[in-house]
Unconditional design. Structure first.
Length: 291
């Protein structure tokens, strides 16, 4: 009986973060990963942290705040805290115009710049890859192009600050309902379906694509990135909207340093105005070329 009592909140007030603890978490997340957590996000943050409370066998959100800030738990808990509060909305073929543009214009232009190279390696970086849907969408488009042209190779890097979503990207297993935006032909070429699907059917990306996609943890707020400096295309879509303006500019500046001359940066359509202040040539909505 006593152990059960310890596992339950003692009051409704205890099952909320104190204002001070929420402010400390918001400041910490802003400093560590650049994401703003205004007071209106408090209930969302609390909802996401309840899973961590159960994992730690704590009694309440107030006890979680004590653990973080008054019992020296922050050092070991920080990666889990970041995983819990970061937003990981993603879909296959999200903002599909960008993938059509990549096929019709960006890749042909990049390969035309490298006619002197035999079978060049095209490097694409999904810089906020979440669970990997964007990276594997890129892989499907490039795999189709490579099979038709047979004059280039491709390599895709997916990075994110959340270790949880990176693990899912490496597994490459997704709920079947997520693949609705994937064209039927690509579904048959690049997805594996269970012969006997269970109550919640899942699909897996075929090994041929998985071999060309790697996932690594990277914090966009870091002062430098351990990434090649001859990347052809960088996708950073629907992430900068969560950052302060100064952080947006700093992140974009660091990303540009990793693009080869003539390479492309793709932002989310809701972020297209962010890119108008950078020293790149805009070639389409939210698409910029390094000059």
């Amino acid at each position: 009986m006593s152990s059960l009592a310890r596992a339950l909140p003692t009051s409704a007030e205890d099952d909320h973060l104190s204002v001070a603890d929420f402010q400390r978490i918001a400041a910490l997340i802003g400093e560590q990963v650049g994401i703003r957590l205004p007071p209106a996000k408090r209930l969302m943050v609390e909802g996401r942290l309840r899973k961590r409370i159960r994992a730690l066998h704590l009694a309440s959100l107030r006890a979680y705040g004590d653990y973080l800030f008054r019992q020296d738990g922050l050092g070991s808990e920080l990666p889990y805290l970041i995983n819990a509060v970061t937003t990981n909305k993603t879909d296959f073929f999200r903002e599909p115009e960008h993938f059509e543009l990549m096929e019709k214009m960006l890749v042909p232009d990049l390969l035309a710049q490298r006619l002197a190279e035999r079978n060049p390696l095209l490097k694409v970086w999904s810089a906020a890859s979440s669970t990997g849907a964007e990276a594997y969408t890129i892989a499907m488009v490039l795999a189709d192009m490579a099979a038709q042209r047979r004059d280039f190779r491709y390599s895709i890097l997916g990075t994110d600050v959340s270790t949880d979503v990176l693990a899912q990207g490496r597994r490459a297993i997704y709920p079947a309902e997520m693949i609705a935006p994937v064209p039927p032909g690509m579904q048959s070429r690049y997805l594996m379906f269970a012969r006997r699907p269970g109550p919640r059917p899942e699909v897996r990306i075929v090994p041929e694509l998985r071999r060309n996609v790697q996932f690594h943890r990277l914090n966009l707020m870091a002062s430098s990135f351990p990434i090649d400096r001859d990347v052809d295309i960088i996708f950073l879509r629907n992430v900068l909207i969560y950052f302060e303006k100064a952080d947006q500019a700093a992140v974009i500046s660091r990303l540009i340093d990793h693009l080869r001359p003539g390479g492309y940066l793709l932002l989310g359509h809701s972020e297209s105005m962010v890119g108008t202040s950078i020293t790149m040539r805009q070639v389409a909505p939210a698409v910029f070329q390094k000059i």
